[in-house]
Ligand binder design. Structure first.
Ligand SMILES: [Zn+2]
Length: 356
């Protein structure tokens, strides 16, 4: 047995093993065939132009074993890249994938009618087969107009894009601001400090950027201002730290939905509040993982998290420092009566997929 001077141990090497002993409920597949509404299968996030999932046949084998019937690929982008995504997934494997497009908000900084260009891009994407629009959080934090001003999601120049989405029957999956800690001072109180140390670009507390609250208010204004457009606010409404606000918004806006993508850590530290949200809004919460590249064991963890009443387990592999904060999670124990809608029914309705 080795020992060290505890005072000399840096936080970055601290990896405690939990002493609590509890049973582990293995879930190797979803209880019913499910739809993963939030995933990334494209090229733009790998950084080197390769596909996130190099072997599609292997991905489909994992999906089959896990009872993941359908995956939404949020990485369609536009133009040739959209076409490549559609050919690789939606067209090559009918019924298994829906690719969402992006629009190129960089045109807001160019001369001419940027709004019309964005609307035209969306029409073009719908025509070639995009099944929805993904709006990333760089709308509000990065894209600027010709005068150099940031364009927020509730800007009048963006509004016609959301109207066009309604006309084209394309749901809009939107990520704004979240998480809260990325807007707070980097100091000893910041709960994501290790995450921010690894990814300093993720910090938005800099002067000149909108606050978290301004951005979430913009998201709400967009949802309220476009009642005919179907919105899926990513990562539990972009406010997983404040489920009372998410619940209030879901009650107020029938056109609003939320996915669970990437927020197992947040929900798992408030499992009773999270369960309540899902039970109270049975038509508006969608299963999604944001698990990329897909790892089969991580799907297993999601099913354990959704379906069982296991307590005090890791949201990341035990040999890794938990990236989103050093805490354990407890599972949601979603009642069987609510699993069908959460796992598949709501997504199938929104994506216009046949009922399996
Ligand atoms: Zn994502």
């Amino acid at each position: 047995m080795t020992s060290l001077d505890p005072k000399s141990l840096p936080l970055s090497r601290y990896l405690p093993r939990r002493a609590v002993r509890l049973p582990t409920t293995e879930k190797r597949h979803a209880a019913i065939p499910c739809v993963d509404i939030h995933n990334h299968l494209g090229k733009w996030l790998t950084g080197d132009g390769t596909w996130m999932t190099p072997d599609v046949a292997e991905l489909i084998r994992i999906m089959d074993r896990c009872q993941v019937d359908h995956i939404v690929n949020l990485d369609g982008r536009w133009g040739t890249e959209l076409q490549e995504n559609l050919e690789r997934y939606d067209l090559a494997h009918p019924g298994r994938f829906s690719t969402f497009c992006h629009v190129d908000f960089r045109v807001l900084a160019e001369r001419g009618n940027a709004t019309q260009t964005l609307v035209d891009q969306l029409h073009e994407a719908a025509k070639v087969g995009a099944r929805g629009l993904k709006v990333w959080k760089n709308l509000g934090l990065e894209f600027r107009d010709q005068r150099g001003e940031l364009v927020l999601p509730d800007d009048d120049r963006v509004a016609p894009v959301f109207d066009a989405a309604a006309e084209l029957d394309l749901p809009v999956l939107i990520h704004t601001a979240d998480p809260v800690a990325f807007f707070e001072p980097i100091d000893q109180h910041n709960e994501r400090i290790e995450d921010l140390a690894t990814n300093p670009d993720w910090w938005f507390g800099k002067p000149g950027l909108p606050t978290f609250d301004r951005l979430i208010d913009a998201l709400e204004a967009v949802v309220a201002g476009h009642p005919r457009t179907t919105f899926i606010a990513a990562h539990v409404g972009c406010a997983a730290e404040d489920l009372r606000r998410v619940s209030r918004m879901l009650t107020a806006y029938e056109n609003l939905h939320v996915d669970l993508g990437g927020r197992m850590p947040e929900l798992g530290r408030q499992p009773r509040a999270a369960r309540r949200l899902i039970v109270d809004h049975p038509r508006q919460v969608l299963f999604g993982t944001d698990l990329y590249p897909v790892v089969e064991q991580e799907y297993h963890r999601w099913f354990r998290f959704v379906e069982t009443d296991d307590e005090c387990f890791g949201y990341a592999p035990d040999d890794e420092i938990p990236p989103m904060g050093r805490w354990d999670i407890s599972a949601l124990d979603i009642p069987a009566s609510h699993l069908a809608a959460l796992y598949a029914g709501n997504a199938r309705r929104i994506l216009r997929l046949p009922v399996s």
